[in-house]
Design a protein around this ligand. Structure first.
Ligand SMILES: Cc1cc2nc3c(=O)[nH]c(=O)nc-3n(C[C@H](O)[C@H](O)[C@H](O)COP(=O)(O)OP(=O)(O)OC[C@H]3O[C@@H](n4cnc5c(N)ncnc54)[C@H](O)[C@@H]3O)c2cc1C
Length: 427
């Protein structure tokens, strides 16, 4: 709910009523902690920068740790939780300490800088073995995140390496690991095969039916699903962990029913056990009525639509309008492989090559939420066709690898594991 958008009239009326009755300040659906307060006729959203670290559903309070270190308790009579998800790391030795996540922008920017830093170090070393390890990048997870990353990063690194005269393009290795037998297992098998062909043609090494056994600072050890005795150790300084997401730990700390860590809600986003508590997005198991009530997918496609529907239902809970169940039929997936390649299954059609590129780009442009963003992205795409990419480090890699826990701040919730040492992810 952007602060500059006037709230719907019923919500404004509620807010004014709330002020008159001197009730605790309610909290809207918002990523950061947002308090809705009566600050004027239409500008009523107050953004509190910080983390909601605990919720007391009996006392109806939320504990907020501000970015300035302050800790506050805020009362609520409606609370909407949409804290999203974090990288799922499993209990594989070394992943939490040494792998890089790709769940937020800070991690993406860090990864780009990190890759360029490896080339810089490779350029400076005369030890062939050390250079091989520096130029080897391993991605774990062949879903859309890992597949897109491998497809785009091999192109990026081939272009980048021209800036490092002692590193040869043939020395760069990108390895994509997944324990499934094919890539993109959420999509039609033909699309997974096509994506695998594109990646292989670009030089990405695929390790399917393979799982990660251990990650260290300088290696990753892989094992084959069907041959327990077969292991491979790859020397690398870079393991990117794209093996799925887990709902925010805030949800499992509430003491309320969850399914696979997602807070159980009804199809109107209400938590049945607690009046006035709503949840949506990746962190909530919102029933998808088009799939017999199975939890809706953890995608932006659902999350942004749920936000609108949830706002309406919160207002309805205050006596304005009627609550309506959430309903959205998946439109399909689009996977941008860069260049003239993409795979997509819009509305059940399976596409690849140029038609998929057109659909993928058109959908992404359409999905952007305002005209100025759309114009910037379209201009960027157009410029990409004629001007080479800028290969510049932004200074986020300061030599200390931030852990996934540190970058995604998973240790801030009471009872969660303390943060492991590392940087702050360059934030
Ligand atoms: C690399 C990648 C690519 C993706 N590509 C696509 C795609 O192409 N199409 C698609 O549909 N989906 C895509 N997704 C999935 C999509 O990003 C998520 O499903 C969607 O963002 C979920 O929305 P959300 O609002 O639930 O959570 P988020 O978008 O993650 O928002 C949660 C917000 O809450 C904040 N927050 C978290 N904890 C707290 C707390 N305790 N207190 C206060 N604030 C908190 C976070 O900082 C964040 O701003 C992708 C995901 C990844 C990782």
């Amino acid at each position: 709910m952007p602060g500059s958008t006037p709230l719907p009239a019923p919500l404004r009326r509620f807010l004014r009523a709330g002020r008159a009755a001197d009730r605790p300040t309610p909290t809207p659906a918002s990523g950061s902690v947002g308090s809705v307060a009566a600050g004027g006729a239409s500008r009523v959203v107050v953004l509190r920068l910080g983390h909601a670290v605990a919720v007391d559903t009996q006392a109806r309070t939320v504990t907020i740790r501000g970015n300035d270190g302050t800790v506050d308790e805020l009362g609520w009579d409606r609370l909407v939780l949409a804290p999203g998800s974090i990288t799922r790391t499993f209990d594989i030795p070394g992943v939490r300490e040494h792998a890089i996540g790709l769940k937020n922008l800070a991690e993406a920017v860090h990864l780009r800088d990190h890759v360029l830093r490896q080339f810089e170090r490779a350029d400076a070393t005369t030890d062939a073995g050390a250079r091989r390890a520096l130029c080897t990048f391993v991605i774990v997870g062949g879903g859309y995140t890992g597949t897109e990353l491998a497809a785009q990063m091999i192109r990026f690194s081939r272009r980048a390496v021209a800036n490092y005269p002692r590193v040869r393009a043939e020395e760069i290795r990108w390895v994509l690991v997944d324990h499934a037998p094919s890539l993109l297992h959420e999509l039609a098998p033909s699309l997974g095969h096509r994506a695998a062909e594109v990646l292989t043609a670009r030089g990405v090494e695929l390790r399917l039916r393979t799982s990660v056994k251990e990650v260290t600072e300088r290696t990753v050890r892989l094992g084959q699903a069907e041959h327990a005795d077969r292991h491979e150790t790859i020397d690398t300084h870079t393991v990117v962990w794209c093996a799925g997401v887990s709902p925010s730990p805030l949800m499992t700390n509430l003491g309320l029913p969850t399914t696979h860590g997602r807070l159980v809600v009804d199809d109107c986003f209400r938590v049945p056990e607690v009046e006035g508590l709503f949840a949506l997005g990746d962190a909530a198991a919102v029933p998808d009525v088009t799939r017999a009530g199975a939890p809706a997918g953890q995608t932006a496609q659902h999350a942004v639509r749920q936000a609108v529907a949830a706002a309406r239902n919160v207002v309805a809970s205050l006596g304005h309008g009627t609550a309506r169940p959430y309903r959205h039929r998946d439109l399909g997936f689009v996977v941008d492989l860069g260049g003239r390649d993409a795979v997509a299954n819009p509305l059940g059609l399976t596409l690849h090559g140029l038609p998929a590129v057109v659909v993928t780009r058109a959908y992404h442009a359409y999905a952007l939420n305002n005209g100025s963003n759309r114009a910037r992205v379209l201009t960027d795409w157009a410029l990409d066709l004629v001007i080479p990419h800028q290969i510049v480090q932004l200074g986020f890699d300061n030599g200390r690898q931030p852990t996934i826990d540190a970058t995604e701040q998973t240790g801030i919730y009471p009872g969660s594991a303390p943060q492991l040492p590392g940087g702050d992810g360059g934030r």
